[in-house]
Design a binder for this molecule. Sequence first.
Ligand SMILES: C[S@@+](CC[C@H](N)C(=O)[O-])C[C@H]1O[C@@H](n2cnc3c(N)ncnc32)[C@H](O)[C@@H]1O
Length: 190
Amino acid sequence: MIMAERAVPSRVVAAERVASEAGFTKSCAPEVGRLLKLAAASKPHGVVAESGTGSGIGTAWLHSGLGGDARLMTVERDEELARRAAEVFADDDRVSVLTGDWRLLEQHAPFDVFFCDGGGKRDDPEKVVELLAPGGLLLLDDFTPSPHWPPRFGGEVDELRLFYLSHPALDATEVLTTPTSSAIVAARRL
Ligand SMILES: C[S@@+](CC[C@H](N)C(=O)[O-])C[C@H]1O[C@@H](n2cnc3c(N)ncnc32)[C@H](O)[C@@H]1O
């Protein structure tokens, strides 16, 4: 039986082309992309942020759920990647692609949706939580599913995952995105 493929937004396709031309291989999977779209769509007037633009694939998924009144800020420290990704969104003034360290995002906080994917996630997790608006959604991908509590990775307790999953200001859970990878989805308490 031939399975019909699910539609992929045209800007995701454009950002995939950028990734391929640039030899960039760290983009999010479509399963994560659909979660990003859903999160952005849940905050139609919100400020949506992403750290680590890469070639713009995650940005394009966020964009596909972006409300008419919403704004999307993304930051990438690799100048060439940021320049190429910015071209994908050049015709939409709701989107800003910043070039530099992820801390540039701070001036645009608080965030209603934050896909923290390059900078912040590991080096300053407390700041990541601080940048969320009350009710704001945090998404973190690229974890390896763990059947244990506390979660383990490589035989050790995964302290970073534990930090987010048990943070007192967050309601957080881990969801399977593929059979071999998971994401954390969290909402900041009011
Ligand atoms: C996993 S990739 C991002 C993939 C992209 N979010 C997506 O979903 O397609 C991580 C990116 O973060 C960038 N990065 C890493 N540390 C950073 C920092 N401190 N500030 C800004 N960008 C950073 C890297 O250059 C890389 O392009």
